[in-house]
Design a protein around this ligand. Sequence first.
Ligand SMILES: [Mg+2]
Length: 268
Amino acid sequence: MRLFWNNLRQDQLLELFFIMLASTHQRALLLDYDGTLAPFRIQRDQATPYPGVREALEALFEARHTRIVLITGRWIKDLLPLLGLKQPLEIWGSHGWERLMPDGTYEIAKLDEWALQGLTEANAWIEAEGLRDRCEQKPASLALHWRGLELKAVKEMREKVLKNWSLLSWETGLTVHEFDGGIELRVPGRSKGFAVETILSEMGEDTVVAYLGDDQTDEDAFKAVKGKGLGILVREKFRPTRADIWLKPPEELLEFFSNWEQAGKKGK
Ligand SMILES: [Mg+2]
């Protein structure tokens, strides 16, 4: 099944999408976490979901008509304490490098020696520059966060890090990605798009899917759902994107979840 959403208004597109959702028996709701389900916090370990999101997801779980998957750039172990959901769910972490299934099965892809070497080198530089407090270490990347800093300090830090990591990227093959509030040095080969493609390959041809995300790293996932469902940009302010529609959190997001739950019930 291929979908072409061209030339439709957002409300028409959503209406059509929910009709399709009600007409199928295979539904996949794929969700980014930070900035999508949870507002940004300067203290990243305090980024809990928007009010109403947990309840909406619990209701969707209980309806049992949808495969719900979280796809995040975070290390899964750092995300789990923030979720606060009653049911265990499928989570892809570290941009597609690790996966936790609802039954507790956990997989992490093996990194090549050169990648580990590159990350070790980058880590040593972070330490030498005194940036340890701002650096998030993950299985296949290092992310430097500058949310909460003055504009001038952000500019200086960005320039310094870009310079060093660009060189390191050239030497090691690691890749540099900017995101909302920081910059990340990643091992290439996996992405949120890889997670989406794997999930869809495990489901039937008639699966109706939506991917919800806010940031640049979600663009790989929007690309992967193109023609198979709906890419949804969730953000306060619009930005250029491959996504098909734009929702403002939390109200429009909660309304979307509620419509999804109802559409799935009609299809049963
Ligand atoms: Mg995000």
